[in-house]
Design a protein around this ligand. Structure first.
Ligand code: IMP
Length: 192
């Protein structure tokens, strides 16, 4: 079964393909000949994942999926959420985003946050939705140099290290993305 991934991110494609059952062949939208970017005007992760998957479905008429992730901080009313990539402005760096979060949480006692991934799937004319999340806390300062995004300021609940202090393997076993993908895989493994 072929599935088109509505993303141009090669790392995500490889990670997902390595976890999918062998009867599923994941191809990127780039391989299908779409080299542009899909706009993400949604106000929630769910909306954006569906917008991206629907765009590819309408273009190619084939089974496809899209994902969207973000970090939701309780004391900031769920921000940056769907705006995680550009929290500190268009073309900002990961460091800019981290520093903005730390500034906005200065003196704030409630550090609760969670990462969330949603996956939207178009399969044989039906739509399905999968989700994974991990709870944690925003640290008082930047800790660790690995990973990306908000990894240096996010400590999963019950752990001593931030995501950026863990190996990729350790992170990938517990991450929001891994849990959403597990949810998807469980569903797909029932499809021949
Ligand atoms: P995307 O939807 O996977 O592209 O994620 C959007 C943004 O959310 C990224 O640019 C990061 O800022 C943030 N993000 C998503 N997943 C992670 C993660 O695992 N660690 C750190 N930041 C993440």
């Amino acid at each position: 079964m072929k599935l088109i991934f509505a993303s141009g991110n090669k790392h995500k494609l490889q990670e997902l393909q390595s976890k999918l059952p062998s009867h599923i062949q994941l191809v990127s939208m780039r391989d299908e000949g779409f080299s542009g970017e899909i706009e993400e005007p949604g106000k929630t992760l769910e909306e954006n994942a569906r917008i991206k998957a629907k765009f590819i479905f309408e273009r190619f008429g084939e089974n496809c999926l899209a994902d969207d992730s973000g970090i939701e901080i309780e004391a900031l009313n769920g921000e940056p959420g769907v705006y995680s990539a550009r929290y500190a402005g268009e073309n900002c760096s990961f460091l800019d985003n981290n520093l903005k979060v730390l500034k906005n949480l200065k003196g704030v006692h409630n550090r609760r946050a969670r990462f969330r991934t949603v996956i939207h799937l178009f399969l044989e004319g039906k739509e399905y939705f999968f989700e994974g999340s991990i709870d944690g806390d925003i640290t008082a300062s930047i800790k660790g140099a690995d990973g990306f995004g908000y990894d240096p300021i996010f400590r999963p609940r019950g752990k001593k290290e931030t995501f950026a202090q863990m190996t990729l393997d350790e992170k990938n076993q517990i991450s929001h993305r891994a849990l959403a993908v597990e949810d998807l895989i469980q569903f797909l493994s029932t499809f021949e």
